[in-house]
Design a protein around this ligand. Sequence first.
Ligand code: ATP
Ligand code: MG
Length: 380
Amino acid sequence: MRDLNPFQFSGPLAPEDMIDRDPEADDLLTLALGGHSFRLLGPRRYGKTTLLRRVLDAAEREGMATILVDLQDVLSIAEVVVRIERAYDRLKGPVRKRVEALLRTWDIGLSLGGGGFTATLARNPSVDSEAVLLRLLELPRELLDRDGTTSLIVFDEIQDVLVVPGADGKIRSVIQHHQQAATYAFVGSAPGAMRQLFQDPQRPLLDQAVPRDLAPLPTAQTAEYIERRFARSGRDPGSALTPLLDFARGHPQRSMMLAHYLWQRTPRDARADERTWLSALDRAAGDSAPLMHAIWRALSVNERRVMLALAVLGTPLHSEQTAAAVGIKRSSIGAAVESLLAKADLIRAGERLQITDPMFEDWLAGRGRSDTGEPDERPS
Ligand SMILES: Nc1ncnc2c1ncn2[C@@H]1O[C@H](COP(=O)(O)OP(=O)(O)OP(=O)(O)O)[C@@H](O)[C@H]1O
Ligand SMILES: [Mg+2]
């Protein structure tokens, strides 16, 4: 039998490969089946798409038409159209046939499979994408009218529509009339942008989308999953397990990544120990250093200062001592914290502020920074 690493750490996972999230999946499915639209907020790589895919699978078994629209990095209305069309393209069975037939009768350049709207745009760049978008957004209502099918539509990375002028308004203008036809789920990672979309009293994206936050993974279930997968492949995480769990503190992707590296360093029929853990962490830190450096470069200078203070200083964040140590004005600390919270680079853990990504915190604390050529700015 092949000895394959059982810990996948990129892209959404299949429902059977997930750690827990049972209560969240039940809750969201109940909302969806009850016709209650919702918005799910969780930091990058917390397993939002994984969870939503599981909810969509379950809703499909209940007879709903299920659509996952990935809006990451969209730039134009035409691109929003293409993303929605692509999402319908993943439908199977009789619903797919009905959608195909509808798109044919509309005759506005949309189709499943083939070139679809991308080919239409290539042939005729001046096509009215806004009109096509409005029509495409009406699909759930037409499906309901035709044979009573209701839809569950997920807009993943919804905050990215904010860079497309007018897109959120177009979406809002159609979906607010879909109470019967569709339930909408809006998924995002930036609390600041989500507030902008949902808490503007003048024009919330949807008046009543039930808010939900995605928490870190529970420690006991994560431990059990790692142990089971090690055991299944003739290994034992041994005394490496506790430091791994402490380090990852429930961050889903980081937990899986570190388990992956630990497994890789544990031979078959062997038990890992603290040395194995340290060597796994070293390797993980080395491999992710370029990404950490890119994250660092994307922060503003004051955000870097606050992150560094949180990672390496023991002094109270808002003190003169902290301000002097990282070279920030004390009066500027609050704004930098707010901006980091708005992007979920920081989260609140009880009363404390915590750097969301434990690998980034570790990198800030010194590990791997010399690998990237970043000068050591650690305050003395
Ligand atoms: N419930 C889970 N159990 C185990 N691992 C998980 C779980 N959820 C997420 N992960 C880990 O996190 C990785 C990313 O998951 P996913 O793509 O669903 O997250 P996301 O929040 O949608 O990320 P992004 O912000 O990049 O869109 C997965 O490849 C997996 O390693
Ligand atoms: Mg995702």
